[in-house]
Design a protein around this ligand. Structure first.
Ligand code: ADP
Length: 192
């Protein structure tokens, strides 16, 4: 299996690039943010809980997120591989992901981390708010919260994959096509 963690701060372009990657490599896309938003729409118990954190730019608790992810992975047993988008966001999530994949006799192939500086992230998120309808995109103080949570809790997850020799940094500035080309070439090198 080809299992990719597509990593990066909010607004780095993970969702956009995921679409390109799933098409080229025939992967299943698992975006924890998308799954939470679908649950919010359905007004499920999980959705109500997740919303209370997401609206503030905070992480949904690990226990909840990990259980949800475990159940989504087990629903897709026939997959050729996964793109994990927005997961793992903490070291505890990264350790749990290794465990889940081990029960399916597979593992993470690589983490591709999209690097984008803070000012550009803010610009992109405020711009996305005009079309996404996402409450967490339209408010600069919530955006700043999300970036600071990323720096504190999520950025350290890079080390987790560095220690496993699976970390690859990708320049996230440029056109969407340029960034896709960088990702394809990093993945093809890893596979070769
Ligand atoms: P972005 O990467 O642009 O912030 P996402 O759609 O990935 O957007 O995430 C939106 C929100 O969903 C996050 O701010 C957080 O509240 C919640 N969330 C998503 N993934 C996770 C996760 N793995 N752990 C905890 N919370 C998460």
């Amino acid at each position: 299996m080809l299992n990719i963690v597509l990593f990066g701060p909010p607004g780095a372009g993970k969702g956009t690039q995921s679409e390109r990657l799933i098409e080229k490599y025939n992967l299943v896309h698992l975006s924890t943010g998308d799954i939470f938003r679908a649950n919010i729409k359905m007004e499920s118990e999980l959705g109500v809980l997740a919303k209370s954190y997401m609206d503030q730019g905070l992480l949904v608790p690990d226990s909840v997120t990990i259980e949800m992810l475990r159940s989504e992975v087990s629903k897709k047993q026939e997959a050729l591989g996964f793109i994990f988008d927005g997961f793992p966001r903490t070291n505890a999530q990264a350790a749990a992901l290794d465990e889940v994949l081990l029960t399916f006799n597979t593992s993470i192939t690589m983490m591709a981390a999209l690097e984008v500086e803070e000012e550009e992230l803010k610009r992109r998120l405020l711009n996305r708010a005009t079309t996404s309808g996402r409450a967490d995109d339209g408010d600069i103080s919530i955006i700043e919260n999300r970036i600071s949570v990323y720096n504190k809790e999520t950025a350290p997850v890079k080390m987790f994959y560095q220690n496993q020799n699976k970390f690859i940094s990708i320049n996230g500035l440029g056109t969407i096509d340029e960034i896709t080309t960088r990702l394809f070439s990093a993945i093809d090198t890893k596979l070769a």
